[in-house]
Design a protein around this ligand. Structure first.
Ligand code: RB5
Length: 149
């Protein structure tokens, strides 16, 4: 499994914890920045990670900003991306099982490190269930196509 990660300055410390957690588990990762605590703009990192995931060069993406809101909104502008902002473990596995989410977004100012790592584990271990959910995913893709002419 290959995971692409990105954050702005406000998500950098939590992103570092997630990277250590994933590397300890032997999971291959690539960090697309930011790499410093200098103030920066979350859409830049959302776009980099979302493009990598949409191109299927990575299995999943994980994005972190202060709230997780801005970075998830930006990532969801890239066609094919279904970024889910999660603050609890139930949503973290449900967004994989039902929504086939391909990016997990987290808010460093919202969740503690322990909960964030549990959310990551729930997200990465859950499997998309397909079935009745696929026609709903297809409808999301149809909305994308309608507005991306
Ligand atoms: C940065 O201060 C903050 O606005 C950003 O990390 C994020 O929370 C935006 O949604």
């Amino acid at each position: 499994m290959k995971i692409a990660l990105g954050s702005d300055h406000a998500g950098l410390p939590l992103k570092k914890e997630i990277i250590k957690h994933l590397e300890d588990k032997g999971i291959e990762i690539q960090d697309f920045g930011t790499l410093t605590e200098d103030s920066c703009d979350y859409p830049d990192y959302a776009m980099k990670v979302a493009e990598e995931v949409a191109a299927k060069r990575f299995d999943f993406g994980i994005l972190v900003c202060g709230t997780g809101i801005g970075i998830s909104i930006a990532a969801n502008k890239v066609p094919g991306i279904r970024a889910a902002l999660c603050g609890d473990t139930f949503s973290a596995h449900a967004c994989r099982q039902h929504n086939d989410a391909n990016i997990l977004a987290l808010g460093q100012r919202v969740v503690g490190v322990g909960l964030a790592l549990d959310i990551v584990d729930n997200f990465l271990s859950a499997k998309y269930e397909g079935g009745r959910h696929q026609k709903r995913i297809d409808k999301i893709s149809a909305i994308e196509k309608k507005y991306n002419k």
